[in-house]
Design a protein around this ligand. Structure first.
Ligand code: AMP
Length: 390
């Protein structure tokens, strides 16, 4: 698969698909991490005297009222600040006006085109990879770089569509993600998986794929209770994924040595941060209680496993980390990993948010920027955005 350095970029019109899907509040960017993440590839192209054309989606556009709140122009301002140069911005995602701006571009100019998903208003053209749209966008440049890891598991016109028509490569951000994830192809042993989060249903593919490859899977979070239910334990009002009890039974029966479940949990009677919680052994949970975090005995047992780990991959927090009281299990294991210099890959989404909140995000081996994309990678699926470049 081609990487940026494999491309002959000098003086070319290069289209870069970025992930500028940044969190916004009242039209203001609240976290610019994703824009900062795109700078390496953009600067490389500027230094190679390219005319740089940037595409990205922002949020979802289903109806007219979604347009204003998903306007990408604040990103152009932020990018201009970060690059320390003026940026062109096109309100139009296609047509003569856009083409005229591109015709007027000089070497080292940077243009950001409005949210690719504005094209979704008219029959989901972007998100359903409308062939005409991909071909049209490709016609605007000479080469294509995909640097949006967060959408690599989707076939959209702005990634797969364009790559079908132009010489293409992955950008530095995707390269970094793939290099980290490739550590799991031949993992250092023992290979430990930590799985938490809300529902078993979201992680079935990951469990099925990793249970054969990993040495141990440590389970926590809401999904632990469906496994415990499968063992006929009383779980009170804890989160239950009724439809997947049978799946959990099967996994537990087939891999009894590999799956570790919590022995104790922090329970309460209400799903709130205000009420007091108690630490209870699983056997002592009563019908009105719900478990919102793993308990100290479980933390200790999981730490003993982590202590020996060659590599760890972690997806999903082990408790309701949004509430101060129930982030202990997640935070303590993160701290343990960092203090013991363990090689850990955090699989995007909530676990990265939890690590960021606790100050560990930059201390782990790799914190992925794409939750959905990493999950699909861990499920062993082919990622359409990459396949198109290959
Ligand atoms: P996911 O997107 O599947 O990784 O799930 C993340 C969510 O799982 C977070 O919002 C957590 O609050 C939630 N979660 C973690 N542990 C529990 C639990 N014991 N009960 C309910 N929700 C939980």
């Amino acid at each position: 698969m081609k990487r940026v350095e494999n491309l002959d970029l000098d003086h070319k019109k290069v289209i870069i698909r970025c992930d500028f899907n940044v969190p916004m509040k009242d039209g203001k960017i609240t976290d610019n991490t994703r824009i900062v993440g795109a700078l390496d590839t953009i600067n490389y192209c500027i230094n190679h005297n390219c005319k740089v054309i940037l595409l990205s989606h922002l949020g979802r556009v289903k109806e007219e009222s979604d347009l204003a709140k998903n306007d990408l122009s604040p990103v152009a301002k932020e990018l201009s600040k970060l690059l320390k140069k003026d940026i062109l911005f096109s309100e139009k995602t296609r047509g003569e006006e856009l083409e005229a701006v591109i015709d007027s571009m000089e070497d080292q100019d940077v243009l950001l085109i409005q949210n690719t998903r504005y094209e979704d208003l008219d029959g989901k053209k972007e998100s359903s990879n409308d062939p005409e749209l991909g071909k049209y966008w490709a016609s605007l440049g000479d080469v294509f770089i995909n640097d949006a890891f967060g959408t690599i598991h989707r076939a959209h016109a702005s990634n797969v569509g364009i790559a079908t028509h132009l010489e293409s490569a992955i950008g530095f951000l995707i390269e970094k993600e793939l290099d980290a994830l490739s550590e799991l192809d031949n993992p250092e042993r023992p290979f430990i998986v930590i799985l938490g989060g809300a529902k078993v249903s979201d992680k079935i593919g990951v469990i099925e794929n990793l249970v054969t490859k990993a040495d141990k899977i440590l389970i926590g979070g809401g999904m632990a209770f469906t496994f415990l239910k499968a063992q006929k334990k009383e779980i009170g009002r804890s989160l239950l994924d009724e439809e997947n009890i049978e799946f959990c039974e099967k996994i537990l029966a087939n891999y009894p040595e590999k799956i570790l479940l919590p022995k104790d949990v922090a329970v309460t009677n209400e799903y709130t941060n205000d009420e007091d919680y108690r630490i209870k052994k699983i056997e002592d949970i009563t019908p009105l209680e719900m478990g919102l975090d793993i308990g100290p005995e479980t933390i200790q047992e999981y730490e003993e496993v982590i202590q020996k780990a060659g590599i760890i991959v972690w997806n999903g927090p082990l408790g309701v980390y949004e509430f101060d009281k129930y982030k202990k299990g997640t935070d303590e294991l993160l701290e343990f990993i960092v203090n013991n210099n363990k090689k850990a890959i955090l699989g995007g989404g909530d676990i990265v948010a939890a690590a960021s909140q606790a100050g560990y995000k930059d201390k782990v081996f790799h914190a992925s920027t794409g939750g959905g994309a990493t999950l699909e990678y861990l499920e062993g699926k082919k990622l359409p955005g990459l396949e198109a470049i290959k």
